[in-house]
Write a protein that binds this ligand. Structure first.
Ligand code: KG4
Ligand code: ZN
Length: 339
């Protein structure tokens, strides 16, 4: 079965072609210009998606040596994400499905991330403990099958990626913050400052706003303004912050490993690109004798291959969506498949 995937939820336009489990093409066009504004500008994002979507799909088909008529299933992200951005990819996909008279599946972006480990050659095994860390979400999930996802915990305030981006802004490193904090951390001392790690009443929930505020307080207390922070100090702050985030994430993951009997663990989403996090979760998986699957970097951030793969598993379970499917900005009622 040939599946076309389209992703346009934020600042990446992506088109992918799967043939069975093989990825024939996974093209990602990143809107780097948002860096000049310190974050994603929704209106500019929609316009950029609109310009690139058709050439990108055409290029993915060409790279796969296929044409439109060869596609068996069309899938696209319906949410959560920026509404105008989602609308571009979703409408394009629905139009294509209508004109080619092919089945269509509207995919939940987070479910795309959740199953992205299955894009790797070595696949996760159910039941699976999945840690989703992206710019908009932080979730710890017990995944029994492609259709049974149980949420154990979520963030009560900022998402992990959001915290990286905000601290990066405080240090005037720029956007997106994750890779910049990671680079600074490589030469910083992660034991220089002890930033707090939140412990919440609900065992698997996360909170990053206290940590973010203590970074801000530390900067305000020790420096008159951000331009006065010496480079070395900035690197130490970045590394100490990154360490606190990783401890918070690993704390809950380890707790879940005590209470849920899983066969494998997977780390997914944009922040899964973080080298320290990848390393620490690998150490944890070894400690508990679990198989660990972390997608390669191309499949951690937003990509259409994960959307095509998720769409395919839904289609195989008997689902087919109407061409009236609407985009949705937040998870809301479009929560995960629980049965
Ligand atoms: O999953 P994603 O590409 O988009 C959303 O669905 O949100 O995640 C983007 C987030 C951004 O906040 C970015 O700063 C973060 O992932 N990120 C990282 C790294 N690379 C990207 N965070 C920490 N370390 C990284 N190496
Ligand atoms: Zn994402």
């Amino acid at each position: 079965m040939i599946v076309l995937g389209i992703e346009s939820s934020c600042d990446e336009t992506s088109a992918a072609i799967l043939s069975g489990n093989n990825i024939l093409s996974n093209l990602i066009s990143s809107q780097d210009f948002h860096a000049d504004y310190g974050g994603v500008v929704p209106e500019l994002s929609s316009r950029a998606h609109l310009q690139i979507i058709k050439p990108l799909v055409d290029k993915a088909l060409k790279e796969s040596n296929l044409n439109c008529a060869d596609i068996d299933l069309i899938t696209a992200t319906a949410g959560p994400g920026l509404i105008g951005a989602l609308l571009v990819g979703l409408t394009y996909a629905k139009g294509l499905a209508f004109s080619l008279n092919k089945p269509f599946i509207a995919v939940n972006h987070i479910e795309g991330h959740i199953f992205s480990g299955f894009l790797m050659e070595d696949k996760p095994e159910f039941p699976l403990l999945t840690l989703v860390v992206s710019g908009g979400h932080t979730l710890l999930l017990y995944v029994k099958s492609f259709m049974e996802i149980q949420q154990l915990g979520t963030t009560v305030d900022d998402a992990t990626g959001e915290a990286f981006d905000k601290v990066s802004k405080m240090l005037s490193f720029g956007y997106p913050g994750g890779p910049k904090i990671q680079n600074a951390s490589k030469i910083g001392d992660e034991d220089k400052i002890k930033f707090p790690v939140a412990v919440l009443k609900k065992p698997y929930n996360f909170s990053f706003s206290g940590l973010k505020t203590s970074v801000l307080r530390y900067i305000q207390k020790n420096f008159s303004n951000v331009n006065d922070i010496p480079e070395k100090e900035k690197n130490d702050i970045a590394a100490s912050f990154q360490k606190a985030v990783v401890i918070a994430l690993m704390q809950n993951t380890e707790r879940a490993l005590h209470n849920y009997d899983v066969k494998s663990i997977s780390l997914v989403g944009g922040v899964a690109a973080n080298a320290k996090l990848r390393n620490e979760i690998t150490i944890l998986s070894k400690k508990y004798g679990k198989k660990i699957i972390i997608p390669s970097l191309e499949f951690c951030g937003d990509n259409a291959a994960m959307i095509a793969l998720r769409g395919k598993s839904l289609f195989e379970s008997g689902r087919q969506d109407s061409l009236n499917a609407k985009p949705y900005p937040s998870l809301g009622e479009n929560y995960f498949h629980t049965s």
